[in-house]
Design a protein around this ligand. Structure first.
Ligand code: AQP
Length: 344
């Protein structure tokens, strides 16, 4: 059930990706491809390279700068038009961290402690990870709510963080007796909302996985994509004639999902087409499809990366537009919580 929007809030999409490495096929199918579709539906779209989130895990400064520009190039190459969508990097709009601090004071330790992504990333090392990694979902809520965004396209792994964003909005509204923040709706759509590692069908494909063979990067050339798909872990059985037959075959199911998402088909249709086929036949077909869909993006990214000053200019212009939306929201929040703002 959708909650009615507070006065003055209009439908708006916000989402982001961390420049904590190169973009993967998981980021593309789970998020970026959706971002382009939403932009093309004509809804107001705000997209952010969340560099402040990236440093919750140590980043080499030169690599972070490169990854941020490369991600921006990936967005544009995939179809984000900086004239229609607002595209910028998070650290250039300070409203995010200002609201993030206020949300640190709204969110409860118990809520944060239940976040499975924190548990996965911290592992047995939770005493030694950064405070920022623990507080990550509160800053993510601030990213979204600084624009009073109403819809957030994400992959399946971000569902819990968006539930927390809803809890923060509701608690803020209740604590201060206002109807100010909307309760956001996650948009988790498509055949590949959770693309899995090519080496282990039970693990998410991730840009920070130590094994490059586990993922397809948007910068991989055609030969590399084909080789990674050829070597992807599978099992000796042929493809079944229904999805039911893939229930306990996570690697096979992952490749079917990837094929479906790239082809714009359903996983059902893909198993229908390849029923009885061995991976010796299916993998080359998947490799050809992946190369056909991804190579134009890779080529355009390379072209854009030849002019980093132009990418920086686009991000700066996007940040200025983002600032005009976020600043008044944060000023209203300061007023609601009782801060004196006499400087301006
Ligand atoms: N494997 C995936 N399948 C589908 N969607 C995915 N996303 C990430 N991996 C997959 C979606 O991409 C968006 C941006 O994610 P992020 O960069 O903010 O962080 P993440 O989810 O932690 O992604 P990574 O690649 O695993 O990054 P690292 O390794 O740095 O932690 C989100 O919408 C996410 O759902």
């Amino acid at each position: 059930m959708t909650t009615p929007l507070p006065a003055g809030v209009t439908p708006r999409i916000f989402s982001g990706i961390q420049p904590s490495g190169g973009l993967t096929l998981g980021n593309y199918l789970g998020a970026l491809k959706r971002f382009v579709e939403k932009q093309d539906e004509g809804i107001e779209t705000v997209y952010c390279l969340v560099d402040m989130h990236a440093i919750t895990v140590w980043q080499d400064p030169a690599k972070l700068r490169h990854a941020t520009r490369e991600a921006a190039a990936g967005f544009i190459a995939a179809g984000i038009d900086p004239a229609r969508s607002i595209l910028f990097n998070q650290s250039q709009v300070t409203a995010h961290v200002e609201l993030g601090w206020i949300f640190n004071c709204v969110a409860r330790m118990g809520w944060m402690g239940r976040m499975t992504q924190f548990k996965d990333k911290a592992g047995k090392n939770s005493e030694n990870v950064s405070l920022g990694l623990f507080a990550y979902p509160a800053l993510m809520a601030a990213d979204i709510l600084a624009y009073r965004a109403t819809m957030v396209p994400v992959g399946e792994d971000q569902k819990q963080h968006l539930e927390l964003c809803r809890d923060i909005a509701i608690k803020f509204n209740n604590d201060y007796k206002v109807d100010f923040f909307p309760v956001v709706e996650p948009i988790i759509e498509g055949a590949a909302t959770r693309v899995m590692s090519l080496r282990d069908g039970t693990k998410k494909m991730s840009k920070s996985d130590p094994s490059d063979q586990s993922r397809i990067n948007l910068t991989d050339d055609a030969d590399t994509i084909a080789a990674k798909i050829r070597k992807a872990k599978t099992d000796p059985e042929p493809l079944p004639d229904s999805l039911e037959g893939l229930k306990d075959r996570p690697e096979a199911r992952n490749l079917v999902n990837i094929y479906a998402a790239l082809a714009g088909a359903t996983p059902d249709a893909v198993v229908g087409e390849y029923a009885g086929a061995q991976f010796g036949k299916f993998k080359p077909a998947l490799a050809d499809l992946a190369v056909a869909k991804l190579s134009p993006i890779t080529t355009e990214m390379t072209r854009l990366m030849a002019d980093p000053a132009e990418i920086d200019r686009i991000l700066g212009a996007g940040a200025e537009r983002a600032e005009t939306l976020a600043r008044p929201v944060v000023e209203q929040v300061y007023d609601i919580v009782g801060m004196i703002r006499s400087r301006r």
